[in-house]
Write a protein that binds this ligand. Structure first.
Ligand code: NAD
Length: 348
C-alpha cells in the first residue's frame, strides 16, 4: 500500500534513481515496476545484490524489517526501513551494529519529522517562541485501520497496534523536540479481541487483535494512541512552554499550520509552515544526499532505535504496571533549512 507514495516521489526527485522493485510476491514487484517505469523487478535478495543499488528502501511488514535490512547490509548496501525499525530493540541494535561493521547507513521512517509542519515548529521552538518547552499533550483516536487496509492483520500483531504503528510519528516528533526520553509509564487495553476486515477482497474476514489497541502513556508528554475509538481524531499535538503554547500539525503529515498562544492572550496566532511537503521519500532523499556529502542523515537508525526502545518500555509498563527506563539515546539531528528543495538536482 505505501509503496505507491514512495515510488511516486522517489521517481520524481532528480537526486535519486529507482532501479529495482522487490516483493515476496513477484507479480506485485513487477506491477509496481511497470507502473513507475522502474527497470528491474524480482526478490529482495536480487535488489540487495544489484550492482548499482546503493540504498535499499525496505517497505515490508514489521516482522520482516530487521531480516530484509540485514540482507541489504550484508550485501554492502545502506538501508531505509519503514517504521518500526524492527520488532524489538535487540533486533534493531543488531541491524545498526551490522551496518556499522559494514560501513553502511541505516535510516528509518517516519520522515514526517522532516516535513514543513514539524520543521517550522522546530525552528520556532529553537528560536524561543514558547520559552522553555515543558510538556506536551498528544491524541490519536481512530476506529482502527482494518476498515480500509486490505491485509490488516499485521497492524494488530507484535510490531504494530496503535503503539508501534502510529506511536513512531508522535514519539519521533517528541524525541526531536524534547531530546531522548528517560522513563515511561502506561496503561493499555483491548476493547474488542476480534476485528473484521472492512474492505477489499477479504472484507468480512475476522481476526484476533494480539496487542493492546488502546494505549495511554506518560513520557515528558501525555500520549493517547487508540484503535478503539468511534470518534476519529488524529494529530492533536500541543507543546506547552514557559511563555506560550504551540499547537502543531498532525505528525503523520508533512504539512499543516502551526498556532501559537502566548501567556495571557485569548486567541491563537497562526503561522504558515515553510519547508518540504513532498511526503514519504524525503528521509530517503536526505539520506542519499548525506551519503554523497559525507554528512549525518536526519531520520537516523539511532533515533528510530530510541523510539523503538521507548515503545518497548511503554509495552513493558502496560504489562508490569511500573515505570520503565529507556536506556538508549541519540544525537538530535540538525533542522532542515526552510528552502530545502527535494526537486533540486544537488548530486552531480
Ligand atoms: N499503509 C500505510 O498507510 C502505511 C503508512 C505508513 C507506513 N506504513 C508502513 O509500511 C510498511 C508496509 O505497510 P503496507 O501497508 O504497505 O503493507 P502491505 O501489506 O500493503 O505491503 C507489504 C509488502 O511487503 C511484502 N513483504 C513482506 N515480507 C517480505 C519479505 N520478507 N521480503 C519481500 N517482501 C516482503 C508483502 O508481500 C507486501 O507486498 C509497514 O511497516 C507499515 O507500518 C504503511
Amino acid at each position: 500500500m505505501i509503496s505507491d507514495e514512495y515510488l511516486r516521489n522517489l521517481t520524481s526527485f532528480p537526486d535519486v534513481r529507482v532501479l529495482f522493485c522487490a516483493d515476496l510476491v513477484p507479480e506485485r514487484a513487477k506491477a509496481q515496476a511497470a507502473r513507475y517505469g522502474v527497470p528491474g523487478a524480482g526478490s529482495a535478495a536480487q535488489a540487495a545484490e544489484h550492482p548499482d543499488v546503493e540504498l535499499v528502501v525496505n517497505l515490508t511488514i514489521p516482522a520482516a524489517h530487521a531480516e530484509v535490512g540485514r540482507q541489504a547490509v550484508a550485501a554492502g548496501k545502506s538501508v531505509w526501513n519503514e517504521k518500526p525499525l524492527a520488532l524489538d530493540t535487540a533486533a534493531g541494535r543488531g541491524l545498526l551494529a551490522a551496518a556499522a561493521r559494514a560501513g553502511v547507513r541505516v535510516g528509518c521512517a517516519p520522515d514526517t519529522v522532516l516535513g514543513a509542519g514539524l520543521q517550522t515548529a522546530r525552528r520556532l521552538i529553537d528560536g524561543g517562541a514558547i520559552g522553555e518547552p515543558q510538556s506536551a499533550l498528544t491524541l490519536m483516536q481512530d476506529p482502527g485501520p482494518e476498515r480500509w487496509h486490505h491485509d490488516p492483520e499485521f497492524l494488530f500483531r507484535p510490531g504494530a497496534g496503535p503503539l508501534f504503528d502510529i506511536g513512531p510519528y508522535y514519539l519521533s516528533m517528541l524525541a526531536t523536540l524534547f531530546g531522548p526520553a528517560d522513563q515511561v509509564a502506561a496503561l493499555g487495553r483491548r476493547s474488542q479481541h476480534s476485528r473484521v476486515i472492512g474492505s477489499g477482497p477479504r472484507a468480512g474476514t475476522k481476526f484476533e487483535a494480539e496487542v493492546p489497541t488502546h494505549v495511554a502513556a506518560l513520557i515528558a508528554a501525555t500520549l493517547l494512541l487508540s484503535f478503539d475509538s468511534p470518534l476519529r481524531r488524529h494529530g492533536f499535538v500541543e507543546i506547552t512552554g514557559t511563555e506560550a503554547t504551540l499547537s502543531l500539525p498532525d505528525p503523520n503529515r508533512f504539512d499543516g499550520e502551526i498556532r501559537v498562544r502566548p501567556m495571557g492572550r485569548d486567541a491563537w496566532e497562526t503561522i504558515p509552515a515553510a519547508g518540504a511537503t513532498a511526503s514519504r521519500g524525503l528521509g530517503v532523499l536526505d539520506m542519499a544526499r548525506s551519503i554523497r556529502a559525507g554528512t549525518a542523515h536526519r531520520a537516523s537508525g539511532e533515533l528510530a532505535l530510541h523510539v523503538l526502545d521507548t515503545m518497548e518500555a511503554v509495552a513493558r509498563s502496560i504489562t508490569a504496571g511500573t515505570f520503565e527506563r529507556v536506556p538508549t539515546t541519540f544525537e538530535t539531528p540538525d533542522a532542515l533549512p526552510a528552502d530545502w528543495d527535494p526537486w533540486a538536482a544537488t548530486i552531480v
